[in-house]
Design a protein around this ligand. Structure first.
Ligand code: AMP
Length: 286
């Protein structure tokens, strides 16, 4: 592929900040102005298009952009058969059925014959059809959470991450319809023509995401403690053990899960480690 790739990302909303942060952490250098429609990446053959989150699936399917980042819920809602290259682990949320706190409904089956307000029409219809529950789906363009209070519906189907919006609106979740997170999409024709370029972008983002979840630990210890410390430190494969100039002493280096670091430290110290350093990892290619 000789021309530059185009990557469509959201221009507004909750996926903007984590998406721009991921691309910058991946080392891409570009300017993202408030009103810019496009940014040229200065150090990679890529142009970034800033478009509505809702339009990204279509842009990628049609080949307006070769790559796109959006919510998996929007891909599923559109029904488009667009290749998903990588789940990105942020923008996590659940499309959830919720009912007013004081209502008697406990499960989706209890809603048979009732009205369900949502802006996620296709996923909602598919869910109830698959379970053979006849409901009347009421389309709303947003703010579904107020529909029960307005007497528009007995239940809603809406996206939830923390659940606080539902609590504020006196709603209680009863069942999950779909689990979503941000996803990297590719145009299928472009992908078939030059898979290697897409693999490169996938590696770039994967290595950046993987590095965020890990820390590099370095410590000194008496040689006699090596086996005990190695048991505590599985590392990527096994930890590196390096002899030190001081006879009988070693250095141990290991990659560990970031969220295990604080619980590991006292155990490492108790096992004889000293001078423990915790370092960030820039990129991790596995
Ligand atoms: P936006 O409406 O532009 O802020 O973005 C909507 C997209 O963000 C959705 O399609 C989801 O993929 C994702 N998302 C993540 N958490 C939530 C949430 N709590 N509510 C709505 N959308 C969310």
């Amino acid at each position: 592929m000789t021309r530059r790739l185009r990557l469509a990302i959201p221009n507004k909303g909750r996926l903007v900040e984590p998406t721009v942060r991921l691309l910058r952490d991946a080392g891409l250098v570009f300017e993202a102005g408030e009103r810019a429609l496009m940014a040229r990446v200065q150090n990679y053959d890529l142009d970034i298009l800033f478009v509505r989150t809702n339009d990204i699936v279509e842009f990628v399917s049609d080949g307006v952009a070769e790559l796109g980042i959006t919510g998996l819920d929007l891909v599923a809602e559109s029904g488009a058969d667009v290749p998903q290259i990588k789940m990105l682990g942020y923008g996590r949320c659940r499309l959830t059925i919720a009912v007013p706190n004081d209502s008697p409904y406990r499960a989706a089956e209890d809603l048979a014959g009732l009205r369900v307000a949502t802006s996620h029409l296709s996923l909602t219809r598919k869910f109830f059809e698959a379970r053979s529950i006849p409901v009347n789906v009421i389309p709303v363009s947003g703010a579904a959470e107020v529909a029960p209070r307005l007497g528009l519906a007995e239940a809603i189907v809406d996206l939830v991450s923390t659940g606080s919006t539902m609590v504020v609106n006196g709603l209680r979740p009863i069942e999950e319809v779909f689990a979503s997170e941000a996803v990297l999409l590719a145009n299928s024709t472009a992908l078939n023509q030059d898979g290697a370029v897409f693999a490169q972008v996938e590696t770039m983002l994967s290595a950046t995401l993987a590095a965020r979840d890990r820390k590099y630990l370095m410590m000194n210890a008496p040689q006699a403690k090596a086996a005990e410390l190695e048991d505590l430190l599985p590392g990527l494969e096994s930890p590196s053990v390096i002899p030190l100039a001081h006879e009988g002493m070693i250095a141990i280096h290991a990659v560990v899960d970031a969220d295990q670091v604080w619980s590991l430290l006292p155990r490492l110290k108790a096992a004889g480690a000293s001078g423990i350093l915790i370092l960030p990892i820039e990129k991790l290619v596995s």
